[in-house]
Design a protein around this ligand. Structure first.
Ligand SMILES: Cc1ncc(COP(=O)(O)O)c(C=O)c1O
Length: 396
């Protein structure tokens, strides 16, 4: 049975686990509004934590760093996966401890590494030999023992958009196997650095979970090889990346996809001893937010009909950045023939296009639409280009 997170009741668009009408949130409208339902995030964490072999779920803070979201996630015994000292500070502010935090990222500075090492961060995921050498030096200078993971690039196509694939042969992320062996040698010769984890992250918005099977096929033998050199290795960090169907906000389908991934893990990891970590972002938070926007202008050219919104690429960058699809639905369902529109923002850039040739029920200027599934990589990517009002964030 489907469990839709967006549906019309009495011609009004409703959202969330409790299906609340969204029109109430545009009553005194002044600027774009993001409405969040934290229960959606809670439910997803519960699905994932029900996997019996999971050691710890780490939330990828980059997906959404709002403090209320981080506090909820911390309260549910999750850790955090971060990619900068800024994100570490935000996670600490929300109540995470240093021992909850995995520090990922391809370009950590010396200063960031020192900052993290001085605070005994749980695990630093290394992505290059240069980064490892800096960590060795800092550990020797400070006398601190550092627990690290090696992020491996298993060269597996995640079958997602190229711009969000992170484990292709030409990706900037992770260590190729040859470099990883060099890293293992360096670590085994340095008492102050412990190899605690191997990690991989294939990319984001992964819909075919079988790509994890392929990745584990190459990662498992490498894990055993690494453990023979560094016996302290006991964490297997399986990354994140599980996707959602942006054309159908259905909790039941999402839960099914998680269950498919869990089944892949169960099958591939049967009899394999390790503490399993996950670093999931989008799947936890994308569905939790909808962005409400006013139709400012309806404009017809000889070729097209445009719906010009007050939300643009500065509020929601994903469509302009990598052609991402977001469902766009009128808050009021009016009777009448549907029309095709290019839905665009007000920003002075031709790429400020939110959707092309979308078929919408009748809509007029000063009415409202919802841009759906904006909880992940939405507000966090906002910019102040054109100095328009930013979106207000509200929690129901
Ligand atoms: C290292 C790492 N871990 C986890 C994630 C989270 O990915 P997602 O939001 O697709 O789950 C990312 C994002 O790309 C990442 O770079």
């Amino acid at each position: 049975m489907s469990r839709k997170l967006l549906s019309y009741k009495n011609q009004e668009l409703c959202f969330g686990l409790k299906q609340q009408p969204l029109l109430a949130f545009v009553k005194n409208y002044k600027q774009p509004v993001i409405v969040y339902d934290l229960d959606i995030i809670k439910e997803r964490i519960e699905w994932i934590q029900s996997w019996k072999r999971l050691g710890k779920l780490h939330y990828a803070v980059k997906a959404n760093f709002h403090l209320d979201i981080l506090r909820l996630i911390k309260s549910m015994n999750c850790g955090a996966d971060v990619v900068s000292v800024g994100e570490i500070k935000r996670a600490l502010e929300a109540g995470f401890t240093a021992q909850d935090i995995i520090f990922s990222g391809v370009g950590k500075s010396k200063e960031e590494l020192l900052w993290a090492i001085e605070r005994d961060i749980y695990q630093i995921n290394i992505e290059s030999i240069s980064e490892l050498n800096k960590i060795v030096l800092i550990s020797q200078q400070t006398g601190k023992t550092v627990n690290v993971g090696l992020r491996i690039n298993p060269e597996i196509d995640a079958e997602t958009h190229k711009s969000i694939s992170t484990a292709l042969k030409d990706s900037k992320f992770g260590l190729d196997f040859e470099s990883a062996l060099i890293a293992i040698q360096i670590i085994s010769e340095n008492k102050s650095v412990n190899l605690k984890a191997l990690s991989f992250h294939l990319g984001s918005q992964i819909m075919n979970v079988n790509v994890f099977e392929k990745a584990l096929g190459v990662m498992k033998p490498f894990y055993l090889k690494a453990k023979s050199k560094c016996p302290e290795l006991d964490r297997f960090d399986l990354g994140g990346g599980i996707g959602i169907d942006y054309k159908d906000a259905d909790s039941a389908e999402d839960e099914k996809r998680w269950k498919q991934l869990e089944a892949v893990f169960e099958k591939e990891l049967a009899g394999f001893e390790a503490t399993y970590l996950l670093e999931i972002g989008r799947f936890l938070v994308a569905r939790s937010g909808v962005m409400l926007s006013r139709v400012e202008i309806i404009k017809e050219t000889p070729l097209k009909k445009f719906l010009v919104l007050d939300v643009g690429m500065t509020h929601l960058m994903r469509p302009a950045l990598y052609d991402a699809y977001h469902e766009i639905l009128p808050l009021k369902l009016l009777a009448g023939a549907k029309q095709d529109y290019d839905i665009v923002g007000p920003i002075c850039e031709s790429t400020d296009v939110l959707a092309e040739q979308r078929s919408l029920t009748p809509i007029h200027e000063e009415e409202f639409v919802a841009l759906c599934d904006v909880g992940a990589y939405g507000s966090v990517m906002a910019s102040n280009y054109n100095l328009r009002d930013e979106a207000i964030e509200i929690f129901i």
